[in-house]
Design a protein around this ligand. Structure first.
Ligand code: NAD
Ligand code: GLY
Length: 368
């Protein structure tokens, strides 16, 4: 597979480059895309410590002027309040319509930078330089941007595609194992929703990839981005096919909301648990072989991925979890939409799920 992919969206098409040490040449790679040679880098305190100098050196090499906005690391930075502060900082830097924002960091930095770019001066360009596995395989591609509300996750946002995605896999060397695993869950998602062969490949190679094998990492990231690029090109605004990318997310978002978007439960961990709950629902409805759920659980165990809410905390409020579902963005005419699976690699969207069954699955999962 080439290390350069393209998201085909007409005049908004863009490249995804995956490679080792891309940060060193980032300035040269992005310079031809900039309206003027002026950028604002948005990054978080942790990523800034490791990688900001590499990016600023490369911008200087390419004669790109820049300012830096450094936010706090972690999901609370996606609050309305923190986002307001970021917008004030960006405006303080006197941006012009030709200024480009550069997101250097994980999904949090990517989501807030993309959203800021979509509304700053009524819209400026932005570039994604993802530095977590999760952001390299999922959040940096596809143009979903946004922040959280007290009512739920990513409820305030926009679709705004980047000009380019640069995934430098050498940045993963400093990523804590727990964060890496959380990203691996989103990678596994591509196998579970549409590609059993990729799931089988991950069963064989997942552990070496997690342990740091760069060739396997690169291959898996490219495969994941290719899957996402194909889905986004077919259904940018999520009228159908793209909803499959939310496999496990309805359950996962509810768990995240209940744990307060903190360190207790990372987004990728919530998705990992949510995907198991979606499969449990599918098995309970008699549409998915139990063997596929067991095979998935076996791989989770081999990798060390969490599979149950009970592993996160002892007590859950089932009514509160059910209430979060009603705010899900996929709800239609008040009916909940779930992504279920007929087996590994065979996800589909349905509104035909009994809420009593969902309550039973939640109650079982939260006590098992
Ligand atoms: P994150 O951005 O919070 O990063 C995780 C942690 O790793 C942070 O503390 C960060 O400072 C640190 N970090 C980042 N890169 C590092 C590196 N190379 N070395 C060491 N530490 C590093 O979290 P995430 O898991 O990348 O992203 C989760 C967010 O992405 C969630 O808010 C989720 O909603 C969003 N998301 C968005 C989409 C989308 O399509 N827009 C898709 C999936 C997830
Ligand atoms: N991560 C879900 C999507 O991009 O649609």
């Amino acid at each position: 597979m080439p290390d350069n992919l393209r998201v085909e969206l007409g005049e908004r098409s863009y490249d995804i480059k995956v490679g080792d040490r891309l940060l060193a040449t980032a300035g040269t790679l992005i310079a031809p895309l900039l309206k003027n040679k002026q950028a604002i880098i948005v990054t978080d305190e942790t990523v800034a410590r490791f990688y900001l100098h590499r990016l600023t050196n490369s911008l200087e090499d390419a004669n790109i002027r820049y300012r830096c906005a450094i936010v706090k690391a972690g999901e609370p930075t996606k609050s309305l309040e923190a986002f307001g502060e970021l917008m004030e900082t960006l405006l303080e830097y006197k941006p012009e319509r030709g200024t480009t924002l550069i997101a250097l960091g994980g999904g949090v930095v990517g989501d807030i930078t993309g959203f800021a770019a979509s509304i700053l001066l009524r819209g400026v360009d932005f570039i994604q330089i993802p530095t977590t596995l999760l952001s390299q395989v999922d959040s940096s591609v596809g143009g979903k941007t946004g922040i959280n509300s007290k009512w739920g996750k990513n409820l305030i946002g926009s679709f705004h595609q980047p000009l380019m995605v640069l995934a430098d896999i050498s940045t993963l060397s400093t990523l804590p194992k727990r964060e890496l695993l959380a990203g691996y869950a989103e990678m596994l998602k591509y196998g579970l929703i549409r590609d059993e062969a990729f799931f089988t490949w991950l069963e064989a190679n997942g552990r070496s990839l997690i342990d740091g094998n760069p060739a396997l990492r690169s291959e898996a990231i490219l495969n994941s981005c290719s899957a996402k690029a194909e889905i986004v090109a077919a259904d940018e605004k999520e009228h159908g096919l793209r909803a499959l990318l939310n496999f496990g997310h309805t359950f996962g978002h509810a768990l995240e909301a209940e744990t307060g978007y903190g360190d207790k439960l990372l987004h990728g961990e919530a998705v990992a648990i949510g995907m198991i709950m979606a499969m449990q629902t599918s098995v309970a409805m008699g549409i998915c072989p139990k063997a596929d759920l067991e095979r998935t659980l076996a791989h989770y165990q081999a990798c060390g991925l969490p599979h149950s809410p009970k592993q996160i905390q002892d007590e859950w409020n089932i009514n509160a979890l059910m209430d979060h579902f009603t705010r899900d963005k996929k709800a239609k005419d008040g009916k909940l939409t779930f992504i279920l699976a007929r087996g590994i690699g065979q996800a589909f969207t349905t509104q035909d799920v009994d809420s009593g069954l969902i309550r039973d699955i939640l109650a079982q999962a939260c006590s098992a």
